[in-house]
Design a protein around this ligand. Structure first.
Ligand code: HEC
Ligand code: HEC
Ligand code: HEC
Ligand code: HEC
Ligand code: HEC
Ligand code: HEC
Ligand code: HEC
Ligand code: HEC
Length: 249
């Protein structure tokens, strides 16, 4: 019995300790923040100390909001306005050129920063409303990415590792060219020797020759593999392994 009691007691103590840590810290913090910032007396929820806070809040609410002269807040309508509309507001502090490129993501060119970002605080990194890939599935058809065989790791890393969320100078806003993206995780396949073993020392081309199915493009990893998911093993983009391009094998 005693042996059973002890861990229970310990657990209870631990729980009390954790509770104290979780409650005391924020309470004192909010009290301090209120003193500093009169807006937080009523808008406590804008700055939840347990979340990731936009560092802009440290500059002050008036970095983005301004009180309308002659109006009383919150009594009068439109008593507080945004300094500028989004995204101009964001570019007051963030460099616009970083979100520009030859290929711009539609929600970025449509100025919908808040489709992906919270402006004040968030549970996730980069102030995102939810984490990728779920964020991406808000607008992109999820079923396309989770067919029978799917590339779980690459999809979960679909942050900047593969596609830039805002813009880049490569098609599909890739951060690097296709082969470099894949080889970053699959160095063994860099030579193309995994495709077919040839006795004459030749290896199968994976670049530098035209792709027979995509007239203006060179061969690369996705000439044969789908980068996200597929109904065929090895993420093949079609049932045809070789006769997609060759007549005799
Ligand atoms: C006395 C309490 C109180 C204080 C202090 C206060 N607000 Fe408000 N605020 C409100 C209430 C109530 C609303 C209306 C909420 C609603 O309609 O859902 C509001 C709404 C807003 C809105 C939404 C837009 C609008 O006009 O409805 C913004 C933005 C805002 N407040 C910013 C601020 C900022 C910035 C400060 C500090 C300068 C501030 N508030 C101080 C109570 C307050
Ligand atoms: C980086 C710019 C920025 C800063 C700094 C900022 N806000 Fe906001 N705030 C916005 C934007 C943009 C919106 C409109 C959001 C939308 O349309 O989804 C907004 C909306 C609001 C709203 C109404 C909607 C809501 O989320 O409840 C309130 C209230 C508010 N802000 C209060 C504050 C307070 C209080 C502070 C300071 C602690 C603050 N904001 C600091 C940009 C900012
Ligand atoms: C008053 C200045 C200011 C404004 C306006 C502003 N930001 Fe920021 N923001 C900052 C600072 C400072 C940082 C921290 C340094 C950095 O990452 O550049 C930051 C960081 C961020 C981050 C990264 C947060 C993280 O956890 O890594 C995002 C995302 C962001 N801001 C989005 C926005 C968006 C969207 C807008 C417009 C609605 C905006 N910001 C407007 C000052 C601002
Ligand atoms: C489709 C979703 C999406 C949209 C729309 C979007 N962002 Fe982002 N943003 C992201 C993601 C995802 C990250 C995190 C990137 C990473 O982890 O490397 C990010 C990161 C950021 C950062 C942090 C610094 C950086 O470059 O990593 C800033 C600042 C930022 N975004 C500003 C903006 C602004 C301003 C807009 C509107 C013009 C905007 N974003 C629109 C998804 C989006
Ligand atoms: C707010 C909606 C929205 C969100 C969230 C979103 N996208 Fe998009 N995305 C679009 C639209 C609209 C297009 C253009 C139409 C199309 O090609 O489907 C697009 C196109 C793309 C393209 C094709 C290349 C291009 O620029 O046309 C890629 C790749 C892409 N998105 C990746 C992502 C990734 C990765 C995420 C998550 C980090 C994401 N998207 C989140 C709306 C969104
Ligand atoms: C972030 C790392 C990463 C990147 C980038 C990446 N992969 Fe993968 N890939 C993996 C891992 C880990 C596995 C094994 C587990 C899995 O399927 O997620 C894998 C599995 C595969 C498989 C075998 C799937 C099967 O059904 O056996 C193929 C084929 C593949 N990747 C091709 C590619 C191609 C083509 C690219 C570039 C478009 C690429 N990978 C980019 C990490 C990555
Ligand atoms: C010409 C078609 C073709 C091209 C181009 C191609 N592959 Fe493959 N890949 C294959 C075939 C065929 C297999 C199956 C080999 C087997 O059965 O062992 C395969 C298998 C794979 C596997 C799974 C290996 C395993 O052991 O499970 C990975 C990972 C992979 N390829 C990555 C890549 C990467 C990365 C590139 C670009 C550098 C690439 N492939 C280019 C045809 C191709
Ligand atoms: C996406 C198209 C594509 C697929 C799929 C494909 N190949 Fe190829 N293959 C090519 C191209 C392009 C060449 C180069 C032709 C040239 O040099 O004229 C080539 C060359 C070859 C060569 C000659 C290599 C040499 O230099 O001696 C062999 C053998 C070969 N492929 C076998 C295969 C086999 C086996 C498969 C199936 C596992 C396959 N290929 C799948 C496009 C493809």
């Amino acid at each position: 019995m005693v042996m059973l009691m002890k861990p229970k007691l310990l657990m209870r103590l631990l729980r009390i300790l954790i509770f104290l840590l979780l409650t005391l810290e924020p309470l004192t913090f909010i009290a301090f923040a209120e003193q500093e910032n009169p807006c937080l007396i009523c808008h406590m929820n804008i700055r939840d100390p347990l979340k990731n806070i936009h560092p802009a809040l440290d500059i002050g609410c008036d970095a983005c909001h301004v009180a309308e002269q002659g109006k009383e807040h919150p009594k009068d309508r439109n008593s507080i306005k945004l300094r500028d509309d989004v995204p101009k507001l964001c570019y007051n502090c963030h460099k616009e050129f970083k979100l520009r490129g030859e290929y711009v993501h539609a929600p970025v060119s449509e100025e919908m920063c808040t489709a992906c970002h919270n402006v004040h605080q968030s549970d996730f990194k980069s102030l995102l409303i939810i984490e990728p890939p779920e964020l991406c599935y808000k607008c992109h058809y999820k079923a396309k990415f989770i067919k029978k065989h799917f590339h779980e790791v690459a999809i979960n890393a679909c942050g900047r590792r593969c596609h830039d969320p805002h813009a880049s100078n490569r098609p599909y806003r890739l951060s690097q060219d296709v082969n470099a993206t894949c080889i970053g995780c699959h160095s063994v396949q860099e030579s193309g020797s995994h495709i077919v073993s040839l006795s004459n020392g030749h290896i199968h081309p994976i670049k530098g020759v035209p792709d027979p199915n995509k007239p203006k493009m060179e061969m690369n990893c996705i000439s044969c593999h789908n980068p996200h998911s597929s109904n065929f093993a090895n993420l093949f983009s079609s049932r045809k392994r070789c006769d997609k391009c060759h007549k005799f094998y």
